[in-house]
Design a protein. Structure first.
Length: 169
């Protein structure tokens, strides 16, 4: 695992008087920034089979969740108070069955050329996609569990690159 200096760490969204503040990124160089995140939705095996067969009453669970994740990433600054509004060049959301869970693995990739990172956009995409899966399948399985939402990797910017340890379940 790499990235960040925990010994010199400080909260960047707190000003010198201890108040919440948006980070000034005006003096940062524009660089290509990329972030990848993941999340899991655990469910009953029969719920996963229903989703894979495309037989959920609300429709295409995976397709709707993918679009919800993309839309959410574009609105992250409206949901997370101190996030900057970003002009994303890419947001991708992939949703794959994980029979061993059983459930679905959601991954998101966000990219831009800019002065601040896109970790929050990738994490927001994953979170909302997972919530959408829950919403669309809750009528048949209220025991679903959303878990494991985390940053997988980021690149670009002053803090350097980061890659999470091997996937956990």
């Amino acid at each position: 695992m790499s990235g960040g200096d925990p010994g010199g760490a400080r909260l960047t969204h707190i000003d010198q008087s201890g108040k919440a503040a948006m980070v000034d990124v005006g003096d940062k160089a524009e660089t290509e920034r990329l972030a990848e995140a993941e999340g899991l939705v655990r469910m009953k095996p029969e719920t996963l089979a229903l989703i894979e067969a495309g037989e959920a009453k609300k429709g295409d669970v995976v397709g709707v969740a993918r679009i919800a994740g993309i839309m959410a990433a574009k609105r992250t600054h409206e949901l997370i108070p101190l996030c900057h509004a970003l002009l994303l060049s890419k947001i991708g959301v992939e949703i794959e069955p994980e029979p061993a869970l059983p459930g679905l693995r959601v991954t998101a990739t966000a990219k831009l050329a800019g002065r601040t990172g896109v970790e929050m956009e990738a994490l927001t995409a994953v979170s909302v996609a997972c919530l959408t899966i829950y919403d669309m399948a809750k009528a048949v399985d209220r025991t679903m569990e959303i878990t494991g939402i985390r940053l997988l990797a980021k690149s670009g910017g002053r803090s350097g690159d980061f890659r999470a340890e091997v996937s956990r379940k």
